[in-house]
Design a protein around this ligand. Structure first.
Ligand code: F3S
Length: 424
């Protein structure tokens, strides 16, 4: 791999032994993927995926200490994925005990380390760091060192930034040294579409279901999606961005998509159009029947398929301000139609602390609270990733949460019926 004099000097130890190790790690990472050079990380902020003070991550804490002691901190400040704990989220004594004393016993300690390393704000914990309220929104063409899959796919596709699907820890390494290996989605060639996905549905597809279908078909390749702008329009307004946030997270978790293009809508597709499509592209047609096939293929891994749901999680990835407002209206209307006033399943809507702060300053917050819905900044996946919570019948409209946990997927409309009336 070609290294500039500056990069070679870091590798040779001119900025200390720790920095040399960080550079060496990145060079090796790049070599595995055939990188030809290292390029500068740009933008004011980084984003880290490792947000949780899991007791089992002792080597991470030792590594972070080593970086802090050596002064190997990046010039970029950073946001981090959501916190795993929030006392507002319904739980029980045993779960609380396990969370605090076993699973996430290092949370406070780890957050202290993150602050020393450059956390941009003490509450900058969310996977939707690119929301205006959070303030970590990369510019088109920025080169990033992120790892959170839902944020990477959003930054690449909707914002036109450039980022590979890095792993946790590798994200902070790139930011510290200021360079990342040049391969994959950083290159023009790697951003070309090898799948043409034609949407031919009779109504606007459910974002999380469409993303799931695309992800499972194209896996880690890049799709060019046609037929979607008839439902989303041709401008990246709030509604389109929210849709693409949810669709993208599903493509990235049900498959391993790091970038998609939407004809007439996403920045590179608008600029380059069909020029983004690689030779020998494969075609995938999605119609109503195909979406139904995908929906029907999801396994239900609850012990009792007929169990009454004990919890509903919405907001994976974290909800936008407008989503919280829209859902307040929907829940109120659903309850009115059902002749009741409170949701019948404990329901948690998750969003970033910054979005929740703004939401709480609107009249919607009191209205939502009156329906019994709880808001939280938690990551539902962190909450569910243990044997106790895993046994709980949880429902969600997040296809990422469905994929990684025992949660059962329903469409948004079905969720609304479940939480306001009970039953499907
Ligand atoms: Fe975000 Fe956690 Fe879901 S990081 S995308 S809320 S799994």
């Amino acid at each position: 791999m070609y290294l500039t004099d500056e990069q070679q000097a870091i590798l040779n130890g001119e900025k200390g032994e720790t920095m040399a190790k960080v550079m060496q790690t990145l060079v090796k990472y790049g070599e595995i993927f055939g990188a030809t050079k290292m390029v500068s990380v740009t933008g004011k902020h980084n984003h880290l995926v490792t947000s949780f003070g899991l007791k089992a991550l002792a080597p991470v804490y030792a590594l972070m200490d080593q970086l802090i002691e050596a002064g190997a901190v990046s010039k970029q400040t950073f946001s981090v994925d959501p916190r795993p704990l929030d006392k507002n989220v319904p739980s029980n004594l045993l779960l609380d005990f396990i969370f605090k004393n076993f699973m996430y016993s290092k949370q406070d300690f780890y957050e202290g380390q993150l602050q020393k390393l450059g956390l941009m704000d003490k509450d900058a914990f969310t996977c939707t760091c690119y929301m205006e309220q959070v303030g970590n929104k990369p510019q088109k063409g920025d080169v990033l060192s992120w790892a959170e899959s839902s944020a990477v796919v959003y930054a690449n596709s909707v914002l036109g930034a450039r980022c590979n699907r890095n792993s946790g820890i590798m994200d902070i390494m790139g930011s510290i040294v200021g360079f990342v290996p040049y391969f994959g989605l950083l290159t023009d060639e790697g951003r070309k579409a090898t799948w043409l996905v034609e949407i031919k549905t009779t109504k606007k597809p459910e974002a999380q279901l469409l993303g799931s279908a695309i992800g499972m078909k194209v896996m880690e390749e890049v799709p060019f999606i046609t037929g979607l702008s008839q439902w989303l329009g041709t401008e990246l307004d709030d509604a389109a961005c929210t849709y693409l946030k949810d669709m993208g997270a599903a493509t990235a978790s049900n498959g391993a998509v790091g970038l998609y293009h939407v004809e007439n809508l996403t920045p590179e597709a608008k600029e380059q159009g069909a020029g983004l499509i690689a030779e020998g592209v494969k075609v995938y047609v999605i119609d109503d029947a195909e979406l139904q096939r995908v929906y029907d293929s999801y396994p239900v891994i609850w012990k009792d398929r007929e169990a009454k749901p004990k919890l509903c999680f919405m907001g994976c990835p974290h909800m936008s301000l407008q989503q919280l407002k829209d859902w307040t209206d929907k829940v109120e209307q659903g309850l009115k139609a059902a002749g009741s006033t409170k949701v019948v399943i404990p329901t948690v809507f998750t969003a970033s602390p910054a979005v929740l702060k703004e939401f709480n300053a609107t009249p919607y917050a009191q209205r939502l609270k009156a329906t019994g819905v709880i808001t939280s900044y938690i990551c539902p996946l962190m909450y569910m990733n243990n044997p106790l919570a895993g046994k709980m019948p949880v429902i969600t409209s997040s296809n990422k949460l469905r994929t990684y946990t025992t949660a059962r997927y329903y469409t948004d409309d079905e969720i609304l019926v479940q939480i306001t009336k009970g039953g499907k």
